[in-house]
Design a binder for this molecule. Structure first.
Ligand code: UDP
Length: 236
């Protein structure tokens, strides 16, 4: 019996680059798809929000003279590209799934509503919710908080390339230590960059726990579902 009935899985676009350093690494993509299928087979209902940082980020564009809103729209379209790639990889291994878009673009995906997402989850489909929130000036972290709350997920699993929340950035500070558990308030007070501020506040206001773990190690998603303490739990 899995620990969670319904989860929101946040995948970073940047991690999709894998060893290539840009775009979509098929190896990483297929690893992600297999990990998702593994827990889907256990009966877990899975909503996924995927980033677009491997392709485009609005803020980076703004630094190069792009209009911020158009840049963010480009970023949201990048999440659609990643969502379609993941959908394709899931379908290839026999895992039923559906892409919803927060911006209308049929026939690429159906327009997102909470009820459409829940209906598909209850029918046993993995639901990939693309375009983040559908609005500029947000990130897919905020998009996943929002979707996690809307679909009434038990937890948001934030798959990253580090294995949890640290006192400082472990990629920069070798003395940084990992938390097994931490409160939303402590994350905010210490200004830990687990997720952006608005996403963390949203989870706190709506009581959505966040579990941060390293998704780039194959098998870790299953380990989280099995209750192995491999990451960091953020809660009240
Ligand atoms: N974005 C946006 N609104 C949203 C979600 C995303 O405008 O609700 C844009 C924003 O420009 C962002 C880009 O899409 O930089 C890609 O998303 P993100 O940076 O969150 O991707 P990740 O870092 O997870 O790869």
């Amino acid at each position: 019996m899995a620990r969670f009935n319904r989860i929101l899985l946040k995948l970073s676009g940047e991690s999709l680059q894998g060893k290539q350093g840009h775009g979509i690494d098929p190896e990483r993509l297929n690893d992600y798809a297999r990990q998702v299928k593994e827990i889907h087979d256990l009966g877990v209902q899975i909503g996924i929000v995927i980033g677009g940082g491997n392709i485009f980020r609005g803020l980076q564009g703004a630094g190069k003279g792009f209009d911020r809103v158009k840049g963010d729209q480009m970023g949201m379209l990048a999440t659609v590209i990643n969502s379609l790639a993941l959908s394709s990889a899931l379908t290839a291994i026999g895992c039923k799934n559906r892409v919803l878009t927060a911006i209308r673009m049929e026939p690429i995906g159906e327009f997102y509503t909470k009820w459409r997402a829940i209906e598909a989850l209850e029918q046993g489909e993995v639901v990939i919710m693309s375009c983040g929130t559908g609005s500029p000036y947000f990130t897919t972290d905020t998009g996943s908080s929002l979707r996690g709350i809307e679909i009434e997920a038990d937890v948001m699993l934030k798959g990253t390339r580090v294995d949890g929340v640290y006192t400082a950035d472990p990629e920069k500070d070798p003395t940084a230590t990992k938390f097994d558990e931490i409160t939303y308030d402590e994350v905010l007070d210490r200004q830990l960059r687990v997720m952006d501020l608005s996403a963390t506040v949203m989870c706190r206001e709506n009581g959505l726990p966040i579990y941060v773990f390293n998704m780039d190690v194959v098998g870790n998603l299953r380990r989280v579902i099995d209750g192995e303490p491999i990451g960091t739990l953020v809660k009240a």
